[in-house]
Design a protein around this ligand. Structure first.
Ligand code: SAM
Ligand code: SF4
Length: 387
């Protein structure tokens, strides 16, 4: 039996992730792998097309159920470039009947003409990085668009025929007031969106925000204020009929991100482009996080990547870290059937402790974080780790 097979749908399906490592402007909070210069975009696309054919045997037994263009900013690609990538994938892989094809975009790139052309390529899900509907927040974050464009872009996406739209928001921003966060949520939920990803601001090393925080140029809201912002998020999305299916993700029924579900179900996936990760059911590998080296490696036929085979303890930790972030929680029957008693007994003890305090609940043999538990998820999950 394979790792995580209890979660697996009977069909053999897999996903493809494509990393587009370019951004026209760098946001002050972000440490995703990207380059501000687009001078190597052409070379990159050539390398990517070559990588698709190099790696076509990575997923041979499965139908491709999802494709996810992430970044960076995929919307720096023209619709023609995107279409060429999708056509090449379609030539090399076997797709399921109705694949989900997601494209992350920056609102500033979304014109009516561009969206209309994107639709024709087969893209059927957009993830739009609105982040906030206040100009002052967007300027502070160094975003490329303003609040008006953030709102307009979602409406334009709907107008041009996209009906599966997700929006990204960030909360816990410096000096963000409860009223401002409430307004952002109200606007986002009044737009034609099926899905919302709301991330708490994380201060990443080597970002401008990190430097500013150290110098005292920005201050973060107090923990209690951020907790209240999170509670409001849970409340308002629920009132709108969205399901809180993962810590940062909310979706209407049948509109959860199928690509993310596939990761959490332990399905195989192929990651293309610099910094992209792949999983073949046994080993994990990740491409080099350096554009020039990525291009050179593909050109010379010796791609740069690293690979590891997770041991049992690492597999246990990965399952806990992903499953416990979802509304389905960790399946204890399955854990007991797949891992030795030393690991599972200690996990059960930790779960029972947090159950008594109301941070974990048990349902059909699954341990699930409660809303209170999600607030302490870092601490609870670190206590569960086997490594
Ligand atoms: C790759 S970006 C999305 C697409 C596009 N690049 C954009 O920003 O419009 C993924 C999302 O991660 C979130 N994000 C990135 N860094 C973050 C951080 N340090 N804290 C919180 N959210 C972050 C943002 O909401 C962002 O939209
Ligand atoms: S948040 Fe998006 S646009 Fe901003 S730097 Fe990160 S990847 Fe680029």
């Amino acid at each position: 039996m394979q790792f995580w097979d209890i979660w697996k749908k009977p069909e053999a399906v897999a996903g493809i992730y494509i990393h587009i490592p370019f951004c026209r402007k760098i946001c002050y909070y972000c440490d995703f792998y990207k380059s501000r210069s687009l001078s190597r975009k052409r070379d990159f696309l050539q390398a990517l097309l070559k990588e698709i054919s190099f790696r076509k045997d990575y997923l041979t037994d499965e139908k491709i159920e999802t494709v996810y263009f992430g970044g960076g900013t995929p919307s720096v690609l023209t619709a023609a470039e995107t279409g060429r990538l999708l056509d090449t994938l379609a030539g090399e892989f076997s797709f399921s009947g109705a694949p989900e094809i997601t494209f992350e975009c920056n609102p500033e790139d979304l014109t009516e003409g561009y969206l209309t052309d994107l639709r024709k390529t087969g893209i059927n899900r957009l993830s739009i990085g609105c982040q906030s509907f206040y100009d002052k927040h967007l300027q502070l974050m160094n975003r490329r668009h303003d609040a008006k464009k953030a709102e307009e872009s979602v409406l334009l996406a709907e107008k041009t025929g996209f009906q599966n739209i997700s929006v990204d928001l960030i909360y816990g921003l410096p000096e963000m007031t409860p009223e401002e966060w409430e307004y952002n949520l109200t606007v986002a939920l009044s737009l034609p969106v099926k899905h919302l990803s709301a991330y708490i601001l994380t201060i990443e090393k080597k970002t401008v925000f990190h430097k500013w925080l150290q110098k005292g140029k920005i201050t973060l809201p107090k923990d209690g204020d951020v907790i209240n912002q999170y509670k409001l998020l849970v409340e308002k999305t629920k009132a709108e009929g969205m399901l809180h299916y993962e810590i940062s993700n909310f979706g209407r029924e049948n509109y959860f991100s199928r690509h993310n579900l596939l990761y959490w179900q332990g399905k195989r996936y192929l990651g293309l482009g610099p910094a992209a990760h792949s999983y073949d059911g046994v080993s994990r590998q990740w491409n080099i996080s350096a554009l020039d080296k990525y291009i050179e490696g593909i050109r010379t036929g010796k791609p740069y990547f690293e690979k590891e085979i997770p041991d049992r303890k690492m597999q246990f930790d990965e399952y806990i870290l992903t499953s416990m972030r979802t509304m389905w929680g960790a399946d204890f029957h399955w854990l007991k059937a797949h891992f030795h008693a030393g690991i599972t007994q200690s996990f059960e003890k930790t779960m029972k402790k947090w159950k008594q305090t109301g941070h974990v609940r048990e349902e059909d043999g699954h341990f699930i974080l409660t809303d209170e538990g999600i607030l302490l998820s870092d601490r609870i999950l670190s206590e569960c780790m086997a490594v």
